[in-house]
Design a protein around this ligand. Structure first.
Ligand SMILES: *Cc1c(COP(=O)(O)O)cnc(C)c1O
Length: 494
């Protein structure tokens, strides 16, 4: 799609709408000279040139990618109006759009009834979920895994509730025996299950967590900020549509088509989502949206009672509930709702809709894990649950200090070099976590750094062989350097 054309249409539509309200005065206070703007814009453009190329498949670092042009178009069209979804006074049309997209998200998670709204971020969504948890289970704490997002501990601190960290197993998932022991103390009122940890992309075994919390009357919140949309991949692969696979033509003849494959992610934890008390998902991560779009959903609409408040100067134009009455935030972008609404018209929350955007990254992660496993230069840290791949330069045995130095070097070297550049990230892991996966490792440090790549763009799939080849070449260089460095060190000592 031609973004310039569609942005033009958004501006045109906006001007037409303005003109429909009749003539209006301007004011010279707002005037700027084109030459001044041009100079200022050039200065901004120069600053922006220094950005990492998040759009390019060679960028496989953090959880970052540009919004889809459809989202940008929807955002701009509404942002020119600048509605505020706090109240119907501020965003009558965009509040309705928000209700519709929240309904769609609730349906995706299998909530029949729900209360929910968009938020500015996953962190604020999680804060609300934990706030409701505190109100519904007063005097009891919140438990989350050691791999969960760091904001849970901060939010518990903010809310004044006790926080309990549950250890993880050797795949970075919540340890169920440890959870069971913690639950038996009666101190915990709410368990946070992470559906895709930010570091490893590990999915907590939500179905098994629920088996343990239900008898104890403990609440469960799913932090699916990163992984939520992967629930679309939890059902078996559909048959490809004619025309989407080369050689697969429509017609009555038996088609030379791949059979519907198994689900791309382990379905069990995702199928348990409808039983969670609340869930947070970030459309600004895997929902193709620009930043400023998280969402929190509650299964029981009655939790609205915990939000009760009134405002002397809003909530006038409608007796319908205003989103601000069920939200801790006040002003919030109505354009974010419009952007998501337009996006979901083109990428509905189905396997064939948005699912087709997530599937290539997941397939690329699975294939890359295989390539790394077979590589003499790289070792896989753990099999990916989602589209985040973790790995490190090969060592037999791996020595933690060398793994850290070589990983850093690969990340740094990778960013150099124009057409060859690759952008990776590193992640600190404890010696205990590393040796749980590699008992033969030499733990000469308390922790180490491994490489981490987030393959959240579909373009990662066609680019994977180049990415892998480049990372392997970088590892060859880094391993050589680490060996030479170690030899120099030994020579000096000797
Ligand atoms: C990103 C993330 C968050 C925080 O969300 P923001 O939108 O960055 O505030 C929380 N939990 C998980 C699992 C995440 O991946």
């Amino acid at each position: 799609m031609d973004l310039a054309h569609w942005l033009g249409r958004a501006v045109e539509q906006h001007e037409k709408w303005q003109d429909g309200h009749g003539p209006r005065p301007g004011h010279p206070a707002l005037d700027v000279a084109d030459a001044d703007l041009s100079a200022a814009f050039d200065a901004l453009a120069e600053r922006l040139d220094g950005s990492y190329p998040f759009f390019h498949p060679r960028y496989a670092g953090q959880m970052l990618k540009p919004p889809h042009p459809v989202a940008v178009t929807g955002y701009l069209a509404a942002m020119l109006v600048n509605p505020n979804n706090h109240a119907l006074d501020g965003g009558p049309t965009s509040s309705a759009l928000e209700e519709e997209v929240v309904e769609a998200l609730a349906a995706m998670f299998g909530y029949r009834e729900h209360l929910g709204h968009l938020t500015s971020s996953g962190t604020l969504g999680n804060l609300e979920a934990l706030f409701v948890a505190r109100e519904s289970h007063p005097g009891r704490g919140v438990a989350f895994s050691a791999e969960s997002h760091y904001t849970h501990a901060r939010m518990c601190h903010l809310l004044g509730v006790d926080a309990y960290t549950v250890p993880v197993d050797a795949r970075g998932r919540m340890d169920l025996d440890a959870l069971e022991r913690l639950l038996s103390t009666g101190a915990v009122g709410t368990v946070v299950a992470t559906m895709g940890t930010t570091g490893l992309g590990a999915v907590d075994p939500l179905h098994r967590i629920l088996e343990r919390t239900r008898p104890a009357g403990v609440r469960v919140h799913a932090d699916a900020a990163y992984g939520g949309f992967f629930t679309l991949l939890a059902e078996p692969e559909p048959e490809p549509e004619p025309g989407t696979v080369p050689g697969l033509e429509p017609g009555p003849e038996p088609r030379n088509a791949p059979a519907p494959g198994p689900a791309l992610v382990d379905p069990a934890p995702w199928r348990a989502l409808p039983s969670c008390d609340s869930v947070v998902v970030d459309p600004h991560k895997h929902g193709l949206q620009p930043y400023g779009c998280g969402a929190v959903l509650f299964r029981d609409p009655e939790v609205r009672r915990f939000y009760g408040h009134d405002s002397p100067y809003t909530y006038f134009t409608s007796a319908r509930p205003h989103l601000g009455e069920i939200s801790l935030e006040c002003s919030r972008s109505g354009a974010a709702a419009a952007a998501l609404w337009l996006t979901l018209r083109l990428f509905p929350l189905t396997r064939a809709g948005l699912g087709r955007v997530l599937a290539p990254g997941r397939r690329a992660a699975l294939r890359w894990a295989g390539l790394i496993g077979a590589s003499p230069r790289l070792d896989l840290y753990q099999p990916p649950d989602l589209d985040i791949v973790t790995y490190y330069p090969h060592g037999a045995p791996p020595v933690l200090s060398r793994v850290a130095a070589a990983s850093e070097e690969i990340m740094r070297e990778g960013m150099r070099g124009g057409d060859d550049a690759v952008f990776l990230s590193t992640s600190r892991v404890s010696a205990g976590a590393f040796t749980a996966r590699r008992p033969d490792a030499v733990a000469d440090a308390e922790d180490t750094r491994i490489l981490r790549s987030v393959l959240m763009k579909p373009e990662a799939e066609p680019y994977l062989d180049r990415l892998h080849a480049r990372v392997e070449a970088l590892a060859a260089g880094a391993l050589g350097a680490a060996r030479a460095g170690a030899a120099v060190g030994e020579a000096r000592r000797g």
